[in-house]
Design a protein around this ligand. Structure first.
Ligand SMILES: [Mg+2]
Length: 308
C-alpha cells in the first residue's frame, strides 16, 4: 500500500521531466551549512603545550630563579647596585626591594590561553577580567622560593603588573585585590595588603611601568627586576624590533643578575612589533612575513593554503 503512491509520484515526476515544460520558478537556494570559522587561537597551541607540559619549561623557570637567588646576595652587599634605569641620586641607604611582574613571572595563567583555544576568541579585556576574578592562577616554579628567600633577607617585594585597578567606564572590575588573594593563597611574601601592588592605573599615570618603577625607586633601592616582557625592565617609546634588540644589547651585563628574564613563548609585546594588534588571518600573515615568508604567498598560506 505504501509503495504505490511513491511509485505513482516517481512516474509523474519522470513524465514531467521528459516533457518540455515552462521553466519552473527557481527554488530558493538551500542555506549552505555554516562554514566553521577557523580557530586562529590554535596557532599558539605548541607554545602553550610547552608552557603547560614540558619539563624544560619548569627547568628554565627554576634556573632563572636560581640565578636570581645567587645574584641577590651580591646585590645586597653592594650599596651602589640598582636594577632600575629610573633610579638615580644617592640610593645607597634606601631599604632594598625587588620588583616582579605577575603574569607568567610569578603566576602561571596559561589556563586562560586554554580557554581561548576552546572559545576561539583572541585576547579580550572582559574575558581576562573574569579570569582574574577567579583567583585560580598557579605559581611559576621557583618564584615563591626566591621571593621568600628575598623577604627573609629584609627585601620588600613589589608586584608591578599591567593587571588593572577598577575602571568602571570600561566595565572592568578591580584586579588588585583578587590578585593579592591569589598570591597570598600560595604564600607569596608582601601580600598582606595591596600597598606593594602597583597595577595599571590610568588616572594615576600608571599606564606603562617606568613611572611605577620610579615610584618604588623613591623609597627603595631596587635590587632586581623579574619579568617575562622587555617592558618589565625598561620602557621603549615607539618600539620596533631594532629598538627592542638594542635595549637588550645595552644591558647585557645585567642579564641574570639585575634583570631576571622568565621565558614566555605564549604572548608578549614582541608580538605587537610584528603584527600590531592584528588577529585572525591578518595577524597570521604578518607573523609569516616576520619569519621570512614572502608577502606574495603569505596571504595564501595565512588562509590555509600552500606555496606550491
Ligand atoms: Mg608578564
Amino acid at each position: 500500500m505504501t509503495r504505490l503512491p511513491a511509485l505513482a509520484l516517481t512516474l509523474a515526476l519522470l513524465a514531467a521531466c521528459a516533457a518540455p515544460a515552462p521553466r519552473p520558478p527557481a527554488a530558493p537556494t538551500p542555506a549552505a551549512p555554516a562554514a566553521s570559522a577557523e580557530n586562529f587561537e590554535l596557532d599558539n597551541l605548541n607554545a602553550v603545550v610547552w608552557a603547560r607540559t614540558s619539563a624544560e619549561a619548569e627547568a628554565l623557570h627554576r634556573q632563572s630563579y636560581a640565578m636570581a637567588k645567587r645574584a641577590l646576595d651580591m646585590a645586597l652587599a653592594d650599596p651602589g647596585w640598582t636594577a632600575a634605569t629610573e633610579q638615580s641620586g644617592d640610593f645607597s641607604r634606601l631599604p632594598p626591594a625587588v620588583i616582579v611582574d605577575v603574569d607568567e613571572t610569578v603566576l602561571d595563567t596559561s589556563d586562560y590561553m586554554v580557554e581561548r583555544f576552546r572559545n576561539g576568541r583572541p585576547f579580550d579585556k572582559a574575558d581576562w577580567n573574569r579570569y582574574v576574578q577567579r583567583e585560580n592562577a598557579t605559581p611559576i616554579p621557583g618564584a615563591r622560593d626566591f621571593l621568600s628567600y628575598a623577604a627573609s633577607k629584609g627585601v620588600t617585594v613589589f608586584y608591578v603588573s599591567n593587571r588593572s585597578v577598577a575602571d568602571a567606564a570600561a566595565g572592568i572590575a578591580d584586579e588588585v585585590e583578587p590578585s593579592r588573594r591569589n598570591l597570598a593563597k600560595f604564600g607569596f611574601p608582601n601580600t598582606d595588603s595591596t600597598q606593594t601592588f602597583l597595577f595599571r592605573d590610568k588616572p594615576r599615570g600608571w599606564q606603562e611601568k617606568s613611572p611605577r618603577r620610579a615610584e618604588v625607586a623613591k623609597t627603595h633601592r631596587i635590587l632586581m627586576l623579574v619579568g617575562d616582557n622587555l617592558y618589565d625592565f625598561v620602557d621603549i617609546e615607539n618600539a620596533d624590533r631594532d629598538k627592542r634588540a638594542l635595549a637588550v644589547q645595552k644591558h647585557l651585563a645585567w642579564l641574570g643578575t639585575r634583570w631576571i628574564v622568565i621565558a614566555n613563548p605564549m604572548y608578549g609585546s614582541w608580538e605587537q612589533v610584528v603584527a600590531g594588534y592584528d588577529t585572525g588571518a591578518a595577524g597570521r600573515k604578518a607573523r609569516l612575513e616576520a619569519v621570512g615568508v614572502p608577502g606574495a604567498v603569505a596571504d595564501r598560506i595565512a588562509d590555509g593554503g600552500f606555496e606550491r
